[in-house]
Design a protein around this ligand. Structure first.
Ligand SMILES: [Cu+2]
Length: 192
């Protein structure tokens, strides 16, 4: 009878506790207080699994990269455009770029802005790429990677190999296929 009553009292407890009480009841009826000792066991294991909190890192992905084709005159300029996404847990910043094989004499980060009613390009030190899915879009008539003084013509079918420099992620490789851009003067030599 007593065993039944106690078992009913533990009916809502977890199976482990039920097993403990069963053993306790077989020789003594005062062991209901044994119950709490089993409870804290669950918490330390839960802490152990979540404890290795990762150091915040940047996680850069580059999509839709392309470089603008050029007509073929010597010492031309071009630009590279892309979408940069940071899926990491740390804010990052694009601070530089370089092209492979001496394709351009100078590579700069440029912004485009209206100045005295004209679109002008201006060199900048970099752009932020915020964490948690933040993006940086490089596009025509806007921010772009400027290639100054090309050593060869860029034609459709070519690929421009590029190394971006990020404050957190370090170097990130980009292969940008050459495509026809909007016909416009502003983007290649408007401000140079
Ligand atoms: Cu430019």
């Amino acid at each position: 009878m007593r065993l039944n009553r106690i078992m009913r009292a533990f009916a809502l407890a977890i199976p482990l506790l039920a097993a403990v009480s069963l053993v306790a009841c077989s020789d003594d009826d005062g062991d209901a207080t044994a119950e709490p000792t089993a409870q804290p066991a669950a918490d330390p294991t839960a802490d152990a699994t979540t404890e290795p909190t990762a150091v915040p890192t940047s996680e850069i992905t580059v999509t839709d990269a392309w470089a603008r084709a050029t007509p073929g005159n010597p010492d031309e300029n071009s630009a590279v455009y892309m979408l940069i996404t940071n899926d990491g847990t740390a804010d990052d910043r694009l601070i530089g770029a370089a092209v492979d094989d001496g394709l351009a004499t100078t590579v700069e980060l440029h912004e485009t802005a209206m100045e005295d009613g004209q679109m002008r390009m201006r060199q900048v030190e970099g752009w932020d790429v915020p964490r948690d899915g933040g993006t940086l879009e490089l596009a025509q008539r806007a921010n772009h990677v400027m290639l100054i003084g090309l050593t060869k013509q860029l034609v459709e079918g070519d690929t421009v190999g590029l190394t971006l420099q990020f404050e957190q992620a370090g170097e990130v490789r980009v292969e940008a296929p050459v495509e026809q851009g909007m016909p416009m003067q502003m983007d290649d030599d408007g401000g140079s």
